[in-house]
Write a protein of this length. Structure first.
Length: 316
């Protein structure tokens, strides 16, 4: 490094021992929960959202490394920089990691579904208007970095605008449709504020990942690699985890807390959530080439029947 090693050793002798609480930043972490009301269950709501955002961060961390072909750090800690080529093994391992993060999130969603008193939830959520998990920027970054934008456009316009520029396609991203007011059909405040904060960042992110999103990186691997079968399986799980299992676990909480005897409670974002959230309506599929036509047509159906409505008859 061209530096004086004994000065560094002096520094090492003088510095304090590393503690767990400093390394993990526990004190700061525990200052980040700031309920807006006195209802005790609001703390569960905040912390569970924060846990989810941390898992999203981990997922993006893996995606970023795949996009850059992985980084080699030598045994002596030296950073050798990004690799020239992506290895199939590396790709597989990272996709499997994200699958585990999403499996943990899907399973732990019971913390929301079972873990709060509905009466408290109904009261404290009114203090949170018009904020909504809909405004999770990281959730959208994961989507944009997983697949070409075309795959997550509203399904009725997808084919017509397939060859248009990113700027022209962006207004038709599937979630714009969800954030419309039930009453007026206009953009919700939740969406307007979300766009004001993130639109430019999203467009540059989509451009950045145009050639290195997960699907493109998968296509760059050798078609005859012996790991192909395992990789396809992992990508199919990824598609289900992000686009069916997590959304359904989440939908289950909306049903539990917002469904009422007479008409459904409007969501805090004021959206048409019953028509929007179920995966069978959104039909978001990151990797359609890995699914048969029948599987695509049945997207999101079986699980919702079993998990949310029990085994009884369901009016789809
Ligand atoms: C009791 C718990 C929850 C309820 C009742 C609920 C309800 C809703 C509703 C109704 C929407 C539709 C948009 C709106 O009208 O606001 C929505 C969207 C969303 N929520 Fe939640 N949510 C809950 C927990 C969570 C948690 C813990 C997260 C984690 C970050 C989250 C993330 C999201 C995301 C990412 C969307 C957008 C989904 C999409 O566009 O497909 N929600 N939520």
């Amino acid at each position: 490094m061209g530096q004086d090693i004994s000065s560094y050793l002096d520094g090492l002798l003088l510095s304090n021992y590393l503690n767990y609480w400093d390394y993990v930043n526990v004190d700061t972490l525990l200052t980040l929960q700031k309920p807006k009301t006195d209802f005790p269950d609001e703390l569960i709501f905040i912390i569970y959202h924060q846990i989810t955002e941390l898992y999203f961060k981990l997922s993006l961390h893996e995606i970023e490394q795949i996009a850059n072909n992985g980084r080699e750090i030598a045994a002596n800690g030296e950073d050798k920089g990004w690799n020239e080529e992506l290895s199939a093994q590396y790709f597989l391992e990272r996709v499997e990691r994200i699958n585990r993060y999403f499996e943990a999130l899907t399973k732990s969603f019971e913390i929301m579904v079972q873990g709060m008193e509905p009466e408290q939830f109904k009261r404290f959520r009114m203090a949170l208007l018009p904020a909504s998990g809909f405004q999770s920027g990281q959730y959208r970054l994961i989507e944009f970095a997983s697949t070409p934008l075309y795959h997550i456009l509203q399904k009725d316009v997808r084919d017509d605008i397939k060859d248009k520029s990113i700027e022209e396609q962006y207004p038709y991203v599937y979630w714009k449709k969800g954030a419309t007011e039930v009453e007026t059909g206009k953009k919700t405040l939740t969406l307007e504020q979300f766009e004001a904060k993130y639109k430019n960042e999203f467009i540059s992110w989509i451009k950045r990942f145009e050639d290195c999103n997960l699907w493109k990186k998968y296509k760059s691997l050798d078609e005859n690699d012996p790991l192909q079968e395992k990789i396809q399986k992992a990508l199919r799980s990824y598609d289900l985890n992000v686009n069916v299992f997590w959304p359904l676990a989440h939908y289950k909480s909306a049903v539990k807390y917002l469904q009422q005897q007479e008409g459904d409670a409007p969501a805090t974002g004021g959206t048409n959530w019953q028509k929007y959230l179920p995966p069978r309506f959104q039909k978001r599929i990151f990797f359609p080439e890995l699914w048969t036509e029948e599987e695509q047509n049945e997207w999101g159906k079986g699980w919702v029947v079993q998990q949310i409505f029990g085994s009884g008859k369901v009016d789809n």
